[in-house]
Write a new protein. Structure first.
Lengths: 114, 115
């Protein structure tokens, strides 16, 4: 079945540092890929997505590129802020079906210190 | 502000109680979902409704009973829960028809404690 592997962290950075959170996936066909973010005490919010190979998703300074050759979708941000502190989940859709089921990675806790 | 509204935000119930969680969205989405999230874990899918019909039940115990009265509302009825059912229950919705390109919109969840 489909699976997602991401760095579990926790990741602790100083403000304005560069962020990378690695994510690799296993899936047949052509799944869509997502990064969701969960701030403390809240539900998940879509951060960015990519639906086909070489697509780059971007939002709020975050970027991720769908790399089919390496089955990866690494999240990057050039300069993190304290307000980016949250849990980040990489996710993929099940491939090949019309039912919409997300497979999540285990999540990466990011803490950004001032 | 989230476009998916869940009530209540917090719920404490005994193992013999009956309670319901409610979820509402007005985005015209025709797929609605219940997820369960334990601390420091990703969300786990429980149920999916598609056009107000139950399309996925992830082998959830019968003490959890979902209901979709109309395209905007989703309920989760709880009865005879166990302490290990304590978790954050998240509702989500997405546009249909879809082949996985439409993202989920999550509510902020109901924090359930079973005593």
């Amino acid at each position: 079945g489909d699976s997602v592997t991401q760095m579990e962290g926790p990741v602790t950075l100083s403000e304005e540092a560069f962020l990378t959170i690695n994510c690799t996936y296993t899936a047949t066909g052509y799944p869509s890929l997502f990064w969701y973010v969960q701030y403390p005490g809240e539900g998940l919010q879509l951060l960015l997505k990519a639906t086909k190979a070489d697509d780059k998703g971007s939002n709020k300074g975050f970027e991720a590129t769908y790399r089919k050759e390496t089955t990866s979708f690494h999240l990057e941000k050039g300069s993190v802020q304290v307000s980016d502190s949250a849990v980040y989940f990489c996710a993929t859709t099940n491939s090949g079906g019309s039912n919409y089921k997300l497979t999540f990675g285990k999540g990466t806790l990011l803490t950004v210190n001032p | 502000d989230t476009e998916v509204t869940q009530t209540p935000k917090h719920l404490v119930m005994g193992m013999t109680n009956k309670k319901s969680l409610k979820c509402e969205q007005h985005m015209g989405h025709r797929a609605m979902y219940w997820y369960k999230q334990k601390a420091k874990k990703p969300p786990e899918l429980m149920f999916v409704y598609s056009y107000e019909k139950l399309s996925i039940n992830e082998s959830v115990p019968s003490r959890f009973s979902p209901e979709c009265p109309n395209s905007s509302l989703l309920n989760l009825h709880l009865h005879a829960l166990q302490p290990e059912d304590s978790a954050l229950y998240l509702c989500a919705s997405s546009r249909l028809p879809d082949r996985g390109n439409s993202p989920l919109h999550f509510g902020n969840g109901t924090r359930l404690t079973v005593t």
